[in-house]
Design a protein around this ligand. Structure first.
Ligand SMILES: Cc1ncc(COP(=O)(O)O)c(C=O)c1O
Length: 394
């Protein structure tokens, strides 16, 4: 394999001349930071999801932080969430001096198990200030159950939909079901602005709070002060806020990407379908759940260790040797030094999360993958698996 020409990266943003033009227009406009591009991006995003408010931020992490702050998560309270996620989903709980209350996942979907959420809510032994489900890989959590629990126990839900744009959960888009939902436009996400994020909500008080907190706690943004017809230099600081606003440069890319989101999804769906068809017959692999709609941000495969003479790690090494990038989503948070030390976790505290982690890996799935590349990925996985297939010992 010639690594320079044939290597298939694990992830690659899909950007073209439309994005280039949009950025150049902003560069020439004389206004680079949050302004009319960002306002237009927010409006278009809200309209796409059919939700009243969308607030653009410089990351999904910022969206999670400001959402938890706005719904009232505070020192001494707990947020019920999953250990099977990226660290952003839990670190923001610590920003507010609250604690994550991890519950295990459903081993088939990788998503938080609603029965276990109910168990901790039922106990009422801790002050639970929010539920934070994460739609892992773009596969929607059981939001009907989670919504019902949220109402019954009057606990707000902040949806981490960083992987889940766009996908419907029943008739509604993920991210629009909770009190707030957050999306990420990080470079490997289903649409990207390089770095960026969006919070959506149907609650006007929460939208107002997030708008103020995203820019230093000021009551007016720079765009209002310098450009709007009612121009005035005056502003007040009403809170000690943060610096989380999105630039117009990034928003201009986001607007173009948003226009392509459905086309991107169709392409990822087609690739997932090819993978599903080809891997279905291989008993050394377990496929991702796809009973309902899926955003297919990630394609998570599990090896069946009893059927193979190699481990997941060896599988990954052989994929790399064949020129194919892979990744692991996720190393559960209870295995990370910080959380271990802070909460004294043992590896098997969350058995499904641990089990899935040890056997899973993610393979490339993005709109720019060619059919030839998809075939090569399929054939390489088959070859590695069949070569390492355990034949029965007599
Ligand atoms: C599940 C999850 N939540 C939140 C985030 C944070 O998003 P961002 O990188 O935009 O801050 C990520 C980032 O990869 C993620 O995977």
């Amino acid at each position: 394999m010639n690594r320079n020409t044939d290597y298939i990266p694990f992830s690659k943003p899909c950007l073209g001349t439309d994005e280039e033009k949009a950025v150049c227009n902003v560069l020439k406009s004389g206004w680079l930071t949050t302004g009319k591009e960002t306002i237009a991006f927010e409006k278009e995003f809200a309209s796409f999801l059919d939700v009243p408010w969308a607030i653009a931020l410089n990351s999904g992490t910022a969206g999670l932080h400001l959402s938890l702050e706005a719904v009232g998560v505070n020192s001494g309270s707990f947020v019920v969430t999953t250990p099977y996620t990226f660290t952003a989903s839990a670190e923001i709980i610590r920003y507010l001096d609250a604690d994550p209350l991890f519950v295990d996942i459903d081993e088939h979907t990788y998503n938080i198990d609603p029965d276990l959420i109910e168990n901790v809510l039922k106990k009422r032994s801790k002050k639970i200030s929010a539920i934070l489900p994460v739609h892992i890989a773009g596969y929607p959590c059981e939001m009907d159950r989670i919504e019902e629990l949220s109402k019954r126990y009057t606990v707000p839900v902040v949806e981490d939909a960083a992987h889940a744009f766009p996908v419907k959960c029943g008739t509604r888009y993920t991210g629009t079901i909770g009190t707030t939902g957050i999306f990420s436009f990080y470079a490997n996400k289903t649409i990207t602005t390089g770095e960026g994020g969006m919070v959506v909500t149907g609650n006007s008080d929460i939208a107002d709070r997030i708008k103020i907190m995203r820019l230093h706690g000021m009551d007016r943004e720079a765009w209002d002060r310098y450009i709007c017809p009612e121009t005035s230099w005056y502003y007040d600081v009403v809170e000690a806020g943060y610096k989380y606003n999105l630039t117009d440069l990034a928003a201009s890319i986001g607007r173009v990407q948003l226009g392509k989101a459905v086309m991107f999804l169709e392409k990822r769906k087609k690739i997932a379908q090819r993978y599903n068809e080809e891997f279905m017959e291989l008993d050394f692999l377990e496929l991702p759940s796809y009973r309902t709609d899926h955003a297919w941000h990630l394609y998570l495969l599990k090896i069946v260790p009893e059927k193979l003479t190699i481990t997941r790690d060896q599988f990954i090494i052989q994929m790399k040797e064949a020129g194919i990038g892979t990744s692991v989503h996720f190393i559960p948070l209870h295995l990370m030094s910080y959380y271990k030390k802070q909460y004294d976790f043992k590896d098997d505290d969350f058995p499904h999360a641990l089990k899935n982690y040890l056997v899973s890996f993610s393979i490339p799935i993005y709109p720019d993958l060619s059919e030839t590349q998809v075939e090569r990925i399929i054939n390489t996985i088959k070859e590695i698996g069949l070569k390492a297939y355990k034949t029965r010992q007599l």
